[in-house]
Write a protein that binds this ligand. Structure first.
Ligand SMILES: [Zn+2]
Length: 176
């Protein structure tokens, strides 16, 4: 496989994949490239893809080191100008460990749509609940009204009591 060629945005040198260092002729300085954003479905740290590196400048004998680098995805996104990271993240992407921008937008939209739908459903459920409560309150009011009117009409009578309505009606009727 041919090594990929990069162009440094700092020193403008063209360099091949693997020749990450040597920016501005400094053996310990890494080249930089145009920023590239990667997308993750889980929005987790992918992993530590760049291991610490150590070396010695053959001319001066001075040793150098670079720290390892972890890719911290924020909100499922990670942008880097490090060509080595870009290359490794491309490999992760190709292996299915990351997702494309299109897929990312698609998932995000789907998530937003789902949230909107859930919100609408909750509103509808609350509306139905409010309606049911109104209905219940109305029924209770009707029942209350009925309860108030019942005792006057069918008050329980004492066992020996004469039937007042009939008796009084008879009494008030003129005798023939
Ligand atoms: Zn450079």
């Amino acid at each position: 496989m041919a090594r990929k060629s990069f162009k440094c945005t700092v020193c403008e040198a063209e360099f091949l994949s693997g020749n990450w260092f040597g920016c501005c002729e400094n053996i310990a300085l890494k080249h930089n490239v145009a920023p590239k954003t990667f997308y993750s479905e889980s929005a987790q740290n992918v992993q530590c893809l760049i291991k610490p590196q150590y070396g010695t400048n053959p001319q001066t004998g001075v040793s150098w080191s670079t720290p390892g680098k972890q890719q911290r995805f924020f909100n499922g996104q990670y942008t880097t100008t490090d060509p080595e990271e870009q290359e490794k993240l491309e490999q992760v992407l190709a292996g299915g460990g990351l997702i494309t921008y299109e897929k990312y937008i698609d998932l995000k939209t789907t998530a937003e749509q789902k949230a909107a739908r859930a919100m609408a459903e909750t509103k509808e459920a609350n509306r139905l609940l409010a309606e049911a409560k109104d209905e219940l309150a109305r029924k209770q009011a009707e029942l209350e009204k009925l309860r108030e009117s019942v005792p006057a009409e069918v008050a329980p009578l004492a066992p020996d009591a004469p039937v007042p309505s009939l008796a009084s009606k008879r009494r008030t009727q003129p005798s023939v």
